[in-house]
Design a protein around this ligand. Structure first.
Ligand code: ARG
Length: 590
């Protein structure tokens, strides 16, 4: 369905043309004075300069030609030349009825769907998931869902970090602790055990221990480096161990991401890109894109427009080792081969921005990727504690994601049990949904690039701009609809019965509902889930005011009542769609 704001603009544009002006001046925006009107057009002010006429004269002419237009209830020219617009509610009601019946409430799928790879999650094997990875997962999941809702072919890839020094550190630490393990016997040619020689909790203890130890023991660090090198160059025992590390780690990660309602289409790893590296390097060299700088192989990526020094993109270190850059470039080659994407979007900590800019430039300059591929770095800010410093546990350690989620769920659970009677089991189930909403909404309602403060008390509040408030609103609508169904035996499928109204609160709610397709498209174009949050907060507020001013269940005018039921069903559908796009869901009661 065409957006309501565009339909209004069409009328204005035609009017400008009819009066001899360029139609482009008929652009319309939401009113910034909702007390005066719903939409406004400022085109007359701009046109005045070109046509050398007073803006108010132009505005008057345009308004004059729209006097009998059924779209508007009121349209007026205001000094010095604004056009204030209020819609006819019959027109608005008709638009909403069409929305109710349309697929996806009139939010159309893209005419030319794109193939979009979304690189998010970015967890590292054998290192516990911490809150730093939380934002990538939450934001990426939402961007993925929004893009898919608009009909794009979206591939979400977790892109696990499994190729760094952490692997060598773990192997060396294991060797230090259990030198007799068969994996370290160079003469062993048989099969390796199927069972891993460690559990996930052991693994999570091993890595930090090894990392700590390597800081004061250079010889250990050298050993870890050499183990990493041997692993990457085919040492059988090390590869068998690495497989164990991977399996143990991935099943734990899956559990964690499941708890977050985050699902990946691909579980690719940095190591999957390694086979592409040799050919890629040959290609770069043969086409003279590279040069040697202090022994390292680099590609210059500075551009004439740069105002600052821009470092080259390093492909191989002077000792011949590959880097994070090399892997990311090779991953692009792999993605090109497997999916031929139109776009790749990376959702990573904003501190990696310069790094990605370098890699993007290199990929384009060397034509590893075609010019058409849109590369986007969506950098997110830090999640801070109340003290404004990066979020930590009480004893100053890195907070594990699992514990963080548990803390939220417990806090919601306690709150729910304060003044309600509910079985423990039901309360736990609800607390899980509400907790996830609190966490995700608390994150997504901020502009992605901004740092924000993780404030559990605020996030779990049932009032204010929070996830639980949104859920509470949905639950309230559900319960009204249930009651209506019980009382009237209506099947509630009778949508599209919205009739015109003169109740200001109802009109505000109608206007909010009508913006759905516009909001979703913008949130996609700008990679901005926070726009959806802002929208559902507005619509929830509009609903709650309407609810407090009007008694739906006891309304005696049955036509009006049916209209209200249609309207709030539509609002419920919109809200539930939006929270699904944000990656959480509502319970039936709370
Ligand atoms: N594993 C990385 C980290 O923990 C994030 C990976 C981001 N994606 C990428 N293609 N480099 O920082």
């Amino acid at each position: 369905m065409k957006k309501l704001i565009d339909l209004i603009a069409d009328e204005l544009m035609q009017a400008f043309e009819k009066k001899g002006y360029d139609g482009k001046y008929g652009m319309v925006t939401l009113s910034n004075r909702p007390d005066l009107c719903q939409y406004q057009c400022n085109g007359a002010l701009v046109a005045a300069k070109l046509y050398k006429k007073a803006p108010i004269m132009i505005a008057n002419e345009v308004v004059d030609s729209l006097k009998d237009n059924k779209t508007f209830d009121k349209i007026e020219a205001i000094m010095p030349g604004f056009i204030n617009i209020t819609l006819n509610t019959a027109y608005l009601a008709e638009y909403l009825n069409k929305m109710s019946k349309a697929e996806q409430y009139g939010c159309e799928k893209a005419e030319n769907p794109e193939t979009i790879v979304i690189d998010y999650g970015g967890a590292n094997i054998a290192k516990p998931l911490h809150v730093g990875h939380l934002r990538s997962a939450i934001i990426g999941e939402s961007i993925k869902r929004i893009s898919r809702y608009l009909g794009h072919n979206v591939i979400g890839d977790v892109h696990l970090g499994d190729w760094g020094l952490q692997m060598g550190l773990i192997i060396s630490e294991l060797k230090k602790r259990q030198p007799d393990l068969v994996y370290f016997d160079e003469n062993y040619t048989g099969e390796y055990p199927k069972e891993a020689p460690f559990t996930i909790s052991e693994l999570e203890e091993i890595y930090p221990a090894a990392n700590e130890y390597s800081k004061n023991h250079p010889e250990f660090k050298e050993e870890a480096k050499s183990a990493t090198f041997q692993l990457q160059n085919g040492n059988r025992g090390y590869n068998a161990l690495w497989n164990h590390i991977l399996n143990v780690s991935v099943s734990d990660l899956k559990k964690n991401y499941d708890n977050l309602n985050v699902t990946f289409d691909l579980w690719k790893k940095e190591s999957d890109a390694q086979p592409y590296i040799p050919d890629m390097i040959t290609y770069l060299k043969e086409n003279n894109y590279t040069r040697i700088s202090e022994g390292a192989l680099v590609v210059d990526v500075k551009e004439d427009t740069d105002t600052k020094e821009f470092p080259p993109c390093m492909i191989l270190k002077s000792d011949g080792a590959t880097l994070y850059n090399t892997t990311d470039l090779a991953t692009m080659v792999e993605r090109r081969k497997l999916f031929d994407p139109d776009a790749i979007t990376y959702i990573v900590d904003k501190r990696q921005e310069l790094y990605f800019e370098t890699v993007f430039r290199c990929a384009k300059k060397t034509k590893l990727l075609e010019e058409k591929v849109k590369l986007t770095f969506l950098g997110f800010g830090t999640m801070n504690g109340k003290d404004g410093k990066p979020f930590k546990t009480r004893d100053g350690g890195v907070m594990r994601l699992e514990n963080l989620i548990q803390n939220i769920n417990d806090a919601v659970y306690d709150k729910m049990m304060e003044n309600r009677e509910m079985s423990e089991e039901e309360a736990k189930g609800i607390a899980k949904k509400v907790g996830l909403a609190a966490l995700k909404y608390g994150d997504l309602s901020n502009q992605t690039s901004k740092d924000y403060i993780f404030d559990i008390d605020r996030f779990i509040s049932f009032e204010g701009n929070t996830g639980p408030y949104i859920l509470y609103t949905i639950v309230r609508i559900k319960s009204i609809l249930m009651k209506y169904k019980e009382l009237t035996g209506s099947d509630l499928n009778d949508t599209g019965s919205i009739i015109p109204s003169d109740i200001p609160g109802e009109i505000s709610l109608m206007l909010e509902a009508s913006k759905f397709n516009d909001v979703i498209e913008h949130s996609f174009e700008e990679n901005a889930p926070n726009k959806i949050c802002q929208y559902i907060y507005d619509i929830a507020n509009a609903f709650n005011s309407f609810y407090h001013e009007n008694k739906i269940i006891t309304q005696e005018d049955k036509g009006k009542q049916k209209s209200w039921i249609s309207l709030i069903s539509l609002v419920q559908g919109i809200l539930e769609t939006c929270i699904d796009l944000l990656g959480f869901e509502a319970p039936d009661r709370m």
